[in-house]
Write a protein that binds this ligand. Structure first.
Ligand code: C5P
Length: 235
């Protein structure tokens, strides 16, 4: 069960320190990793990362900062994130191979760079409007290859992209958001997948937010997802 638990990442999509700590306290021992996104990081700064680390050293921390800047600036941000003890940090794969390499070079041994291929909020029209002549699926493939070439630890992608991503970057972690247990409220997510289907399709980690933190008992909701993950992992 601990292997299955290590694959569950809970998104701490809350606005402040108090709510983040309360959620972390309820989930410790039930999940493997917590994801700190821009809302919480911008509100509370690196102090929240340090505090979570000290309070729950057994939980890994994922800084979802989605960096996109010149290589030198991205590399500096990665050094800072690495010194905070983040297990994963996200950067935009569309930045290009030189940017990704600069980040990988500064990440240190214990921080993995995750490349975000194409945001799931971007469809074909949004890509065209942004000046791309390739389809989102083609961009995902090109960017997954770039991430592998640059030495990134993994990719963030939708469940629907797993097949092509597994083919071009078989050795990278595949971190999949948009996860909904059967019957759960979809909310604003468009392309969702159940935990079992995503793991069976090649996801190495699942990112789950609302189905856990809006549940009456978040720890029980996390346990149910961990059991579902375990049911499809090879024994
Ligand atoms: O509440 P829900 O399970 O939909 O939360 C999913 C989390 O994954 C949120 O923190 C969201 O920002 C993040 N995410 C996503 N789609 C992406 C990348 C990240 O939903 N492509």
């Amino acid at each position: 069960m601990s292997t299955a638990r290590s694959r569950l990442i809970v998104a701490l999509d809350v606005p402040d320190r108090q709510s983040a700590l309360a959620l972390a306290d309820r989930l410790a021992g039930h999940v493997g990793m917590l994801k700190i996104g821009l809302e919480l990081f911008v509100a509370e700064g690196p102090g929240i990362v340090r505090e979570l680390r000290e309070r729950h050293p057994e939980l890994e921390l994922f800084l979802d900062l989605k960096l996109h800047d010149i290589p030198n600036t991205m590399a500096g941000a990665i050094r800072s994130a690495s010194s905070l003890g983040a297990r994963f940090v996200t950067v935009h794969a569309g930045s290009g191979i030189a940017h990704l390499r600069a980040c990988v070079d500064q990440a240190g041994d214990s921080t993995g760079i995750l490349a975000v291929t194409v945001l799931t909020s971007q469809d074909a029209q949004a890509c065209r409007e942004a000046g791309h002549t390739r389809s989102p699926a083609e961009l995902v493939k090109i960017r997954a290859q770039a991430a592998a070439e640059a030495g990134c630890a993994g990719l963030v992608c939708s469940g629907q992209e797993l097949e092509s991503v597994v083919a071009v970057a078989p050795d990278l972690f595949k971190i999949v958001p948009g996860i909904r247990p059967a019957g759960a409220d979809v909310g604003d997510q468009k392309r969702v997948m159940t935990p079992a289907k995503a793991i069976a399709a090649g996801a190495t980690h699942l990112v789950v937010g609302r189905p856990i933190h809006t549940a009456p008992d978040p720890a029980a909701a996390a346990d149910a997802i961990v059991e579902e993950i375990a049911s499809v992992l090879p024994s």
